[in-house]
Design a binder for this molecule. Structure first.
Ligand SMILES: [Zn+2]
Length: 291
């Protein structure tokens, strides 16, 4: 089971490193393009996969915007602001043109609003595309200036890979039952990018199911997996328990310069009066299997 868990989230850590550093390299491909309402897909050769990507991207766009409570604000990504999706003819040309590592199936450039992959990549169609789109939509909405914890950004992107939600809830409950979750305070301050030494054991604070403080001894892989799992679960909690409109309102407060704590306690004041109560209510949600 542990091995399965590792594979489930470790990929996103690797992807995350790329999300921060990627630029889509110029290429010698002769591109054709297909335009939709919010996307332009560039491709070479047959257009079958490009059409599939364009259709899915528009479906994902509507779902993500609705989940995050953004439809009423979502006049972005139209006309000249459309997101460009580049589909290289094959894996080799994608890797050589973008300079991505060999395990990569896709990448995103947030500044240029470009997403790239290669023709026929099922991993991209089902998983990376909604993940990267959620990052782009979220960042368009909250901007880059506010105090945005890393877990919130990654949590939104993972939550929007919708088929994985059931598994996220199931795994979070398993972690909670063996008192294996990081404390919320630790989630707020942990910069996962600093986890560079795979052979190290990391000592992190936990909050047990009974609300007591404790200590976890975690391998690097386990720490990364726990962090990503909790990120997705915390976002799912906010959206499922208190709705998309409140979540959008919360994001607007962050964009307008409130700290995370100020934004949280002002928007969710009816339910949450402190960071400790936020953690308690989230643990209750996890304990009930995400209900
Ligand atoms: Zn990500």
């Amino acid at each position: 089971m542990r091995k399965v868990i590792y594979k489930f989230f470790l990929f996103y850590f690797l992807l995350f490193i790329l999300e921060c550093n990627s630029t889509c390299a110029d290429t010698k491909e002769s591109w054709q393009d297909l335009s939709g309402e919010h996307f332009i897909v560039y491709f070479t050769g047959e257009d079958g996969f490009a059409r599939e990507i364009l259709n899915k991207a528009e479906v994902y766009y509507q779902r993500i915007a609705t989940d995050l409570g953004y439809p009423r604000y979502s006049e972005f990504w139209l006309w000249d602001k459309r997101v460009k999706i580049y589909l290289y003819p094959n894996r080799d040309s994608f890797l050589s043109s973008t300079g991505q590592p060999t395990w990569s199936h896709g990448m995103a450039d947030y500044n240029k609003k470009i997403i790239a992959s290669y023709a026929g990549s099922n991993e991209f169609l089902c998983s990376i595309l909604p993940h990267e789109m959620a990052h782009l939509i979220f960042r368009d909405f909250v901007g880059f200036k506010g105090e945005i914890p890393l877990w919130l950004d990654e949590g939104v992107a993972q939550w929007e890979e919708e088929p994985k939600r059931k598994q996220i809830k199931h795994m979070a409950k398993q972690f909670l039952d063996r008192d294996g979750l990081l404390s919320l305070e630790d989630m707020m301050r942990l910069d996962i990018r600093n986890i560079r030494y795979k052979e190290n054991i990391y000592i992190r604070p936990t909050r047990t199911k009974d609300g007591k403080e404790g200590i976890l001894f975690l391998s690097a892989d386990m720490l990364i997996d726990t962090y990503y799992l909790q990120s997705a679960s915390l976002v799912g909690f906010l959206i499922e328990r208190y709705g998309s409109d409140n979540f959008a309102h919360f994001c607007r407060q962050l964009r307008d310069g409130k700290t995370f704590k100020e934004a949280l306690l002002s928007v969710y004041s009816t339910y949450i009066k402190s960071m400790a109560e936020f953690e308690e209510r989230w643990i209750d949600y996890v304990d009930k299997g995400g209900q």
